[in-house]
Design a protein around this ligand. Structure first.
Ligand code: ZN
Length: 279
């Protein structure tokens, strides 16, 4: 990657373009999240929200793809484990796309619980709910492959029925969140239906509460996707309030104009819960 960028860069794939300046940016993105987890692990910060670019969750251990060069969150998780700051790390991926790179990095390992909610079928094509890990990692990958149109109601049920119970059962020492605002209801690239007040705020409030009860409060959030600039701005502000233990201001962008009825998705949630023995 360094040599490719030093020669001026170009297209890695149709989505992923780099230039001579990308090496420094990609190092700072990955290094920024590592710095944040070190500060939190050593009690110099309570929590952190890393507004980094490029994002990371599509980057596999040996391939840049999908706007991502290095997998910032996966590298930070590995750093925590390698330096004995944690024995079990939970990664919650709330980007609208499946974090195939993060899944790949830890698919055969039990020391990282990877939980992803994403639109399915959709880019990058992975993350079907029956993908659950392999070998010693069996059961430590939880994919919620949700149909287009899923919104606040589906996410609220998914949080209560699957995500929070799975994290509590795993009892991580550290929680990382791959936070993409591209599941917002007006995002131009995708078609889930999350609002800031009805989904992003409760998802992050829950992550903070889980971290407080299980992991000594240790929580680091890193930005992944998000292509509606108003949503990016207001949701990022709301998340900062949540991390500070404050109530965010009223959601200026409001609830989704439409969303799937929970009843249409509940059978899928039931199947995922049964597969992961969360009943
Ligand atoms: Zn995304």
């Amino acid at each position: 990657m360094r040599d490719f960028m030093a020669r001026g860069g170009g297209h890695i794939d149709p989505d992923t373009v780099v230039s001579a300046g990308s090496w420094e940016a990609a190092l700072r993105a990955a290094g920024g999240v590592v710095e944040a987890v070190e500060q939190v692990a050593t009690d110099r910060l309570d929590s952190a929200f890393c507004v980094v670019r490029p994002p990371g969750h599509h980057a596999t251990p040996d391939r840049a793809m999908g706007f991502c060069v290095f997998n910032n969150v996966a590298i930070a998780a590995e750093w925590l484990l390698a330096n004995q700051h944690a024995q079990r790390v939970a990664i919650l991926d709330y980007d609208v796309h499946h974090g195939n790179g993060t899944q790949d990095a830890f698919y055969s390992r039990a020391d990282v619980l990877y939980v992803s909610t994403h639109q399915y079928p959709f880019y990058p094509g992975t993350g079907f709910w029956r993908e659950t890990g392999a070998g010693p990692g069996e059961g430590y990958t939880i994919n919620l492959s949700l149909p287009s149109g899923s919104g606040d109601d589906v996410y609220s049920a998914a949080l209560d029925q699957i995500i929070a119970p799975a994290v509590r059962r795993y009892a991580p020492n550290f929680i990382l969140v791959s936070l993409g605002f591209d599941a917002f209801w007006a995002d131009p690239l995708a078609s889930l239906r999350l609002s800031i007040g009805g989904a992003y705020t409760p998802l992050l409030r829950s992550a903070r509460e889980l971290a407080a009860s299980l992991a000594g409060g240790r929580l680091v959030v890193a930005l992944e996707g998000g292509y509606n600039l108003d949503a990016l701005a207001h949701a990022a502000e709301a998340i900062c309030h949540v991390l500070l233990g404050e109530d965010p201001p009223p959601d200026p962008l409001g609830p989704p104009p439409d969303q799937l009825n929970l009843a249409e998705v509940q059978p899928l949630l039931d199947a995922i819960r049964a597969l992961h023995h969360l009943v």
